[in-house]
Design a protein around this ligand. Structure first.
Ligand code: NAD
Length: 325
């Protein structure tokens, strides 16, 4: 999927592509290793993060850094963001007024050269993604939302899945560089469609993990062994990823986080975040969903009550603990 660095060492390829450097903003758990993979593939990257330690780690991994976001963005062909939330993204795009002890920050959309491609890989609300893309286009730029699944392990290994919302020509332009950081790159539709695909998928995942966990606890109460329920359900209509890959009880799937005391994996905090984004979208679209909001509430409590850093399949211990004995 990736372009050959020898053909185009610093640019992007594909119809409508631009050449030049990539400003990479947000060098945290995900962004740091993603930026390293781009550099290793021959792209020219200038990184920036508001946390000095993240900048130092990036430099130690061979990423050139700028002292400010504006310094990274000036003259860049692509502005790739991997930030905690939509508010962080919109503040960065629009700029923020000065506050006591905090200088005003200029808006990146104003600083960037005309026609810059703004590529956001953060997980944010669909409405925020559409707003950010609208602002970028109104300022004379191009916009792509491309949230990921695959976690830190996938970011390090370059095996992420990218769900992309973009005009077709912009999708073609970013596809080679996304192919360097990931294994699957799926064009889901226009602006916001990448975020929409991500939260719809994760709503299925959250709901199905709760269902699988409740079934295992019910099986325990009814005297079924975990292996017996697994052997039946994994080959029957209860089959799903939450059961067959991320099985919430130890034993049947040796690689699932349940076998290592629920070390993530996919952390409860991230599932709670993604379900909140799904809940926001359910509310703004008026869908008569019942399980999605309930899953958001269940994982919100799980994360707040000690599960934030545990794999989301640890929800089974909550269900077991709260059951009558
Ligand atoms: P993180 O908190 O480790 O990294 C975010 C980085 O952004 C931090 O280093 C922070 O200092 C930096 N930052 C904040 N504001 C900034 C600004 N204005 N300019 C530059 N840098 C700024 O988070 P993460 O785990 O890397 O996740 C990033 C995004 O990816 C989130 O939206 C998350 O939901 C999503 N995501 C994470 C995972 C995962 O497993 N961690 C998986 C899929 C998606």
């Amino acid at each position: 999927m990736s372009e050959s660095p020898s053909e185009s060492p610093t640019g992007l390829s594909g119809p409508g592509a631009t050449a030049g450097t990539i400003a990479f903003l947000g060098l945290g758990h995900m962004g740091g290793p993603m930026a390293v993979n781009l550099v290793n593939a021959g792209y020219t990257v200038t990184g920036f993060d508001v946390v000095p330690a993240a900048l130092e780690t990036a430099r130690a991994h061979g990423i050139a850094t700028a002292g400010t976001a504006a310094g990274a963005v000036a003259g860049a062909a692509v502005v790739l963001t991997m930030l905690p939330s939509g508010k962080h993204l919109l503040d960065a795009y629009r700029g923020t007024p000065g506050q006591p002890g905090q200088p005003a920050q200029p808006g990146l959309l104003d600083i960037a050269s005309p026609g810059t491609l703004f590529l956001d890989c953060s997980t944010i609300n669909v409405d925020e993604a559409r707003e950010a893309a609208g602002l970028a286009v109104a300022a004379g730029h191009r916009a792509v939302d491309a949230p990921v699944s695959g976690g830190v392990v996938g970011a390090e290994a370059g095996t992420l899945t990218f769900m992309v919302g973009a005009h077709p020509e912009d999708f073609e332009a970013v596809k080679p560089m996304l192919g360097v950081m990931g294994r699957r790159v799926v064009h889901c539709g226009e602006h916001g469609a990448g975020q929409a695909a991500k939260i719809c998928n994760n709503m299925i995942l959250g709901v199905s993990m709760i269902a699988v966990s409740e079934a295992f606890v019910l099986g325990e109460k009814l005297g079924l062994t975990h292996q017996a329920l697994f052997d039946v359900a994994s080959a029957a209509s209860g089959q799903c990823w939450a059961l067959t890959t991320n099985c919430p009880v130890p034993g049947p799937v040796p690689t699932s986080p349940a076998n290592r005391d629920y070390q993530p994996g996919f952390a409860g905090a991230l599932m709670a975040k993604d379900l909140k984004l799904a809940l926001n979208a359910l509310e703004s679209t008026g869908v008569a969903a019942r399980l999605g909001p309930l899953a958001a509430e269940i994982y919100g409590s799980f994360a707040a009550e000690g599960g934030a850093g545990r794999d989301f399949s640890g929800i089974i211990t909550d269900i077991r603990d709260k059951s009558e004995h």
